[in-house]
Design a binder for this molecule. Structure first.
Ligand code: ADP
Length: 469
């Protein structure tokens, strides 16, 4: 249990972010320290070398001005005034024999570097660093010409400088330990705080998966990434809930609409079985059953077709379609039906018009609109189908002088199974306009409706114009 918690803590994003901050901070601090430390070292070395060079120059000018006796005195004086074990001076011949030297006791004896003496021949002073007795600290030494045939060797202990550097290293180690602890803690707290929104989203998702569909992620109102994520998540939940409600309604409607024809088929069969005696009665039952099944199949096929369009998987057989001809053909087709009902159909196609589309589907959309216009227009009315050029494309309009649609119903008539015709006086399943909308949208077009109850309706399909090559 304990190890599980440790493991899940180690896998958490907050922990990994905190580690990342800390590692970045550690790398940057160490890099800054190294640069600063190097600068300090080179500064200290330069300072020591300058001091040694100055002393060398002083001694050589003393030798040339006041002679060797004064230089000897100066050698003792300088070594003494520097402090015990802090500096030494030694006058040598060019082949390395000692002429005079300050007290070398505290230095534990110092070798004379043959290579340094050889390199002196090039005329410039030579610097060397060597370990002091005990091996803990270093000393810097200069070899330089003090006068003709005389070499001066001056050494300075670097103990004080190295102690300063060691103090600095120690201070840095302490500071970095404190800084990294604070950064790790701060980073973890900041990451935890920043990710609290994500935890809220997770909690909401868990509650929803347990059935609390109404749950939403509370927004902080800061407008940051997490707030936007929560907003998007809530929006997605609204959409899912809407789709679920819609699906439920569609399923209810399907069940309801399938129930009636199936009940009718069953009733027919039952009545014929109990009362029917003759072959004609059985034949008539079979014919009615076929008719009911056909309408049922028609409904199911339309439903499937709409679903395919909505899912974007319907295949369109795109060709150049002559819309003018299509309208005239459709009007001719509905002419007998309209005449039977005492209606007039007019086709207003003043010009030939081509659009890219699936002829059969466009025919289907137009015949659905015409079918509705005939269904919902009482005898004596007029139905007009026209085309005109619009700003966004070709407009195909189907207008009638029928019963019209109530304003409250207009936003819903394109919904599946919606029927504004509450009395159900006309046949229909409420799928016709949904299919028209799906077909028009699949062609990149749109459909609009304007209607006033008692005066008639106008359905206008806008289809993108055929692009001229
Ligand atoms: P239906 O099979 O009921 O005709 P539709 O999807 O074709 O289904 O139409 C939905 C509803 O819109 C219809 O029930 C009807 O009330 C209304 N409607 C459609 N076209 C017209 C029209 N031309 N005039 C009046 N009402 C119409």
């Amino acid at each position: 249990m304990f190890f599980e918690r440790i493991n899940s803590f180690r896998r958490s994003l907050a922990f990994r972010l905190a580690v990342l901050y800390t590692a970045t901070c550690a790398i940057l601090s160490i890099a800054a320290f190294l640069i600063f430390y190097q600068l300090m070292i080179s500064n200290i070395h330069a300072r020591t070398d300058n001091a040694l060079t100055e002393e060398l120059n002083e001694c050589s000018s003393l030798l040339s001005s006041k002679g060797i006796a004064t230089l000897k005195e100066e050698i003792y004086r300088k070594a003494q005034s520097a402090g015990t074990g802090k500096a030494f001076l030694r006058l040598l011949t060019t082949d390395g024999k000692e002429i005079v030297s300050s007290d070398l006791g505290p230095w534990g004896g110092i070798d004379i570097s043959k290579t340094a003496l050889q390199r002196l021949a090039q005329g410039r002073p030579v610097f060397e660093t060597f370990k002091l007795p005990g091996g803990e600290h270093n000393a810097r030494v200069i070899y330089g010409m003090a006068g003709p045939g005389m070499v001066l060797q001056i050494g300075r202990s670097l103990k004080d400088d190295e102690e300063i550097l060691e103090d600095f290293r120690q201070a840095f180690r302490t500071a970095i330990a404190i800084i990294l602890t604070l950064v790790a803690l701060g980073g973890w707290l900041v990451a935890r705080q920043a990710l609290s929104g994500v935890r809220e989203v997770t909690r909401t998702a868990l509650a929803i998966s347990d059935g609390a569909m109404e749950k939403r992620v509370p927004l902080t109102g800061w407008g940051d990434e997490i707030d936007r994520l929560s907003q998007t998540f809530n929006h997605m939940l609204e959409r899912i809930q809407f789709l679920i409600t819609e699906m439920r309604e569609v399923t209810d409607n399907i069940a309801h609409d399938l129930k009636s024809p199936v009940t009718r088929i069953r009733g027919l069969a039952e009545v014929t079985l109990t009362t029917g005696r003759s072959l004609d009665e059985y034949r008539s039952m079979a014919a009615s059953t076929v008719e009911e099944c056909d309408s049922l199949l028609g409904m199911i096929n339309t439903m499937l077709e709409i679903s395919e369009f909505e899912a974007g998987v319907a295949t369109l057989n795109i060709t150049k379609v002559d819309i003018s001809a299509l309208i005239e053909e459709a009007c001719d087709l509905f002419q007998p039906l309209a005449e039977d009902k005492g209606l007039v159909i007019k086709a207003k196609v003043p010009f030939q018009c081509l659009v890219s589309g699936d002829k059969r589907k466009l025919q289907r959309a137009l015949t659905n609109l015409l079918d509705n216009a005939i269904k919902y227009t009482p005898s004596g009315g007029t139905i007009t189908v026209a085309i005109e050029e619009g700003e966004k494309g070709v407009i195909i309009s189907v207008s009638d002088t029928g019963r019209g649609i109530e304003a409250d119903d207009i936003p819903h008539i394109f919904d599946r199974f919606y029927r504004a015709d509450k009395s159900r006086s006309e046949s229909g399943a409420g799928l016709g306009l949904s299919l028209v909308l799906a077909i028009v949208r699949a062609h990149g077009g749109d459909i609009q409706v304007s209607s006033s109850p008692g005066a008639g309706s106008l359905f206008s399909i806008v289809l993108p114009r055929e692009k001229s090559a």
